[in-house]
Write a protein that binds this ligand. Structure first.
Ligand SMILES: Cc1cc2nc3c(=O)[nH]c(=O)nc-3n(C[C@H](O)[C@H](O)[C@H](O)COP(=O)(O)OP(=O)(O)OC[C@H]3O[C@@H](n4cnc5c(N)ncnc54)[C@H](O)[C@@H]3O)c2cc1C
Length: 526
């Protein structure tokens, strides 16, 4: 076995897996000035059709890296959605104040393409056709064993991050357990289809099924026999999905056929739905999934090895929480790992990755399991749904569910004495009147540097950043509208508020807690 055959003699960080989370981490590390190498065993982008879109705070996170604009082709900031779905129940958010739920209807393949382009622009090295096969670590670093196109080789790095999906070899090789539950009593079938125009319900855009009634679009629709979902995504081939329980549906030999899906629709709705094969260019989806896993890694870090995304947690895809969780893992870890690699922080900073992100994963496990319970068959479930639907009609409850799905209900422990209501929360997208005109916080965040925003008259908070101008971007000005009553705030690169004040002139105690927050998160002044 040779050592690294590349022109480099090693890497700061090796990322195993070039899926969305590995690629996003590569972007974050590169922005923070460290050199990642991404190992991806596939030679081309995965053909598999997974996420149809992103749901939650991640949409705002992408805006804070300029990726929302790249994916939508528009500089318009993201806006919350007026309604969504929870456990196949409609979630009306039109009357919800400060609605926290954002969505982005872009398929996973496009997200991965945009992330790969961005990572490459930022100088990350992506090695396709290179598979991690083994690893060992010592006090100085990690040695990755790799099967590459030219044969096996080794690569040294300071740290290795497993972004290698739910079956993560990194996790297994690091002796990290993956406890949880596996269920095998569900069968889900999905396919791209074409639907005759005469079946489209003009009022909703859903399906007007003869002999049954309307199946609304973009919603899991539950009957006593299973679930059906119709997704007529604009500009894309419509997707039809069914889900049945109790090992239902004499699965035919793989690959699944459209006829098998037709039979499943008939069992769920009790009538035939005359759909046809998909039109237009493929690849076309034809997927049968049996059962599912809900599992959480028992540690997110073993020494110099860390896990992100599906390698750390798997759960039902209901409500589309996967990329919201995984991409925010990477944005939480990226700047911390970079600071440790650059020698600007101790390894203790890495402990906050797990203490902050494990609760996020636990919330997703909780709400996907709750949604799975709400869609199951049975009279008791029907009764539970009725009660739940009543509760969801109350805007306060709808907001609670929306914040849970968004992941915006989390408040990180920032460790200081500062009890400002924004501290520990994801920073709102304030508009700042600075020298160059109005600018959104999301635009200031694109370089992924910590931000110290000071709207006070004497810029007392800004002065505390002296000796850290290499690390902290200081902006003084005025906050125009929607200021959340804040006069100064320190925002970490992941968008979370590490310190905030509402005082027109922060006193010495507040400035002291700002100094402590600067040191805790970004190291001592030079
Ligand atoms: C049917 C389905 C529908 C979904 N719908 C949604 C949705 O609507 N919204 C949403 O947000 N999420 C959704 N998800 C979840 C989302 O797809 C995952 O959370 C996401 O793909 C996880 O990304 P990842 O980068 O962690 O892992 P993966 O996407 O699994 O990527 C891991 C990568 O690592 C590579 N790899 C593995 N082992 C090695 C190795 N040893 N060496 C090198 N490379 C390796 C793999 O080839 C792969 O490219 C869905 C998932 C499924 C299955």
């Amino acid at each position: 076995m040779s050592t690294d055959p590349s022109p480099h003699d090693g890497a700061d960080v090796v990322i195993a897996g070039g899926g969305p989370n590995g690629l996003m981490l590569a972007c974050e590390l590169s922005l923070a000035g460290v050199r990642p190498v991404v190992l991806e065993r596939l030679t081309g982008r995965a053909e598999e059709n997974r996420a149809n879109g992103l749901v939650g705070q991640v949409v705002q996170v992408l805006d804070r890296r300029g990726l929302h604009e790249r994916l939508t082709g528009s500089a318009q900031p993201p806006r919350p959605v007026p309604g969504f779905v929870f456990g196949a129940l409609p979630l009306d958010l039109s009357a919800v104040e400060d609605n926290p739920l954002y969505t982005l209807g872009v398929p996973q393949r496009r997200v991965e393409q945009a992330l790969e382009e961005r990572a490459t622009e930022l100088g990350a090295e992506i090695r396709r056709g290179h598979e991690l096969t083994g690893l060992s670590q010592d006090a100085q670093g990690v040695t990755a064993e790799i099967a590459g196109p030219g044969g096996p080789y080794r690569l040294r790095a300071r740290y290795l991050v497993g972004a290698d999906g739910g079956r993560s070899l990194t996790r297994k090789l690091s002796g990290i357990g993956f406890p949880g539950v596996t269920r095998d009593d569900t069968v889900s079938r999905s396919a791209h289809v074409s639907v005759p125009e005469s079946l489209i319900d003009p009022a909703t855009g859903g399906l007007d099924v003869p002999g049954y009634g309307v199946v609304p679009p973009f919603m899991h629709h539950r009957t006593e026999h299973g679930l059906i979902a119709y997704g007529p995504f604009p500009g894309r081939t419509p997707i039809l999905t069914t889900m049945e329980w109790g090992g239902a549906g004499e699965s035919e030999p793989a690959p699944m056929s459209l006829d098998e899906l037709r039979k499943s629709v008939r069992r769920v709705l009790g009538v035939d739905l005359p759909f046809g094969p998909p039109e237009g260019e493929g690849p076309h989806l034809l997927r049968l999934l049996t059962g599912g896993n809900t599992r959480l890694a028992d540690r997110f870090r073993a020494g110099r090895v860390l896990l992100v995304g599906d390698a750390a947690h798997v759960h039902s895809a209901i409500g589309g929480p996967g990329l919201n969780l995984g991409l925010q893992d990477t944005v939480n870890l990226g700047w911390k790992l970079a600071a440790v690699v650059r020698g600007q922080a101790s390894e203790e900073l890495l402990d906050t990755y797990e203490s902050e992100r494990r609760p996020a994963a636990e919330r997703v496990v909780m709400h996907t399991q709750a949604q799975s319970a709400l869609i199951a068959p049975g009279a008791e479930t029907t009764a539970l749904r009725e009660l739940f639907a009543e509760l969801l009609r109350e805007p306060g409850n709808a907001r609670h569910i929306a914040a849970t799905m968004a992941g915006s209900d989390l408040r990180y422990d920032m460790g200081g004495a500062d009890a400002h209501p924004l501290t520990g929360r994801f920073a709102p997208d304030l508009v700042i009147e600075a020298d160059g005109g109005p600018v959104r916080l999301a635009e200031l965040a694109r370089t992924a540097r910590p931000l110290l925003l000071d709207f006070t008259g004497d810029a007392a908070a800004a002065k505390e950043a002296s000796g850290r101008h290499d690390r902290v971007h200081v902006v003084t000005g005025r906050c125009s509208g929607g200021s959340h009553g804040v006069s100064a705030l320190l925002v970490r690169p992941d968008g979370y508020v590490a310190w905030a004040s509402s005082a027109p002139e922060p006193d010495e105690a507040e400035l002291g807690s700002l100094r402590a927050a600067l040191t805790r998160w970004f190291g001592p002044a030079a």
